[in-house]
Design a protein around this ligand. Structure first.
Ligand SMILES: NC(=O)c1ccc[n+]([C@@H]2O[C@H](COP(=O)([O-])OP(=O)(O)OC[C@H]3O[C@@H](n4cnc5c(N)ncnc54)[C@H](OP(=O)(O)O)[C@@H]3O)[C@@H](O)[C@H]2O)c1
Length: 314
């Protein structure tokens, strides 16, 4: 079994570490976080490994996962590169145990969606790659159950990709391959669908709250329709999934909603822009081309566009 060290065992690192340990995909070795308390928590969650706070103190491993926040990956990779230079394994002197598969040089990978593996260049001649699980690791305990079935976008060294594909297949995850050039826009697409959906739900809950509906009730109301809408979008595509006043051309309904949101903004300061009304306008404008493809006539679309362009009432 290959060994795995983790630098940065937060939400993602803990989840992957625990799943790979439980499914005996990797033998988890060192777990390095900034604070010892956090590293020990990660060891307890994973159920294996030894806590560290210095990359330079970590034992050799076949795989190194750098799962620190994106802005810290390069610095962590530089520290790891200096450490790898001092380890015999890096010079090709790896002597695997009889039960392990020999790896000529270690695999070093990160899980950022936006960055390519080139941020790990200092670690060469290690085999560098990036592996971005298209999953929201909001709560590691939930992710243990929810991650299987997700996709992972791989990029980088071919042999590292192949080994990582096998490791993720053991978590029931399917992989796709991306070029380094694709990563930023690929990730922006994921952010819009996943993170911005969360922002949209927050805006929705704030609007429900303004109507005097408490958050628990609102979340219960939204649960089935949000899940169903997501399923419709995946199954049918956005054009067929779009319903509601815009696609029906119900201009007066849209005007009344916009008016109510604008008044709300005025009557409940301090609300910093973008306000609920701003968000409603912007997304309404973004919806119009989709609504037109779904059958909204050009004249009504133009009237709605004009409505969304009007300034918030003084
Ligand atoms: N969260 C997601 O949904 C998600 C999804 C896909 C990909 N990713 C990617 O996964 C990576 C990690 O994200 P995350 O959400 O798991 O982050 P996170 O929960 O904030 O965890 C980051 C961990 O890195 C540790 N850390 C920070 N700087 C460090 C350093 N210089 N040396 C050692 N450890 C350090 C922190 O240690 P302390 O606890 O001691 O501060 C923390 O445990 C990122 O590249 C992100 O883009 C995340």
């Amino acid at each position: 079994m290959h060994s795995l060290n983790i630098i940065g065992a937060g939400n993602l690192g803990r989840t992957l570490g625990r799943l790979w340990h439980e499914r005996q995909v990797f033998r988890v070795g060192g777990i390095c976080n900034r604070s010892l308390a956090s590293a020990r928590e990660a060891v307890a969650f994973i159920g294996a490994g030894s806590a560290a706070t210095e990359i330079g103190a970590m034992a050799p491993a076949d795989f190194w996962l750098i799962a620190v926040p994106d802005d810290h990956i390069e610095v962590a990779a530089q520290a790891l590169a200096a450490h790898l230079q001092r380890l015999p394994q890096h010079a090709g002197a790896n002597t695997p145990s009889p039960t392990s598969t020999p790896t000529p040089t270690p695999v070093v990978f990160h899980c950022s969606g936006a960055m390519a593996s080139s941020v790990l260049t200092d670690c060469l001649p290690a085999r560098i790659a990036s592996a971005h699980p298209v999953h929201s690791f909001a709560d590691p305990a939930r992710s243990l159950h929810d991650l299987p079935g997700s996709y992972v976008a791989l990029e980088g060294d071919a042999s590292a990709r192949s080994l990582l594909e096998e490791a993720f297949a053991n978590l029931e995850c399917s992989c796709i391959t991306l070029t380094p050039e694709q990563k930023v826009l690929y990730h922006a697409g994921s952010v819009m669908a996943c993170n911005y959906l969360t922002v949209l739900l927050d805006l929705s809950l704030r609007t429900f709250s303004a109507a005097g509906i408490d958050e628990n009730t609102a979340r219960q109301l939204l649960g089935p329709i949000v899940v169903k809408t997501a399923q419709n979008n995946i199954a049918l595509g956005p054009q067929k999934a779009l319903t509601g006043p815009l696609v029906r051309g119900d201009i007066r309904t849209v005007a009344r909603q916009l008016d109510a949101l604008s008044q709300l903004t005025e009557s409940a300061p301090p609300i910093t822009p973008p306000t609920l009304a701003d968000a409603y306008r912007l997304l309404g404008k973004a919806a119009l081309p989709l609504a037109q493809k779904a059958g909204l006539n050009a004249d009504t679309a133009q009237k709605l566009h004009t409505l969304f362009d009007e300034q918030t009432r003084e």
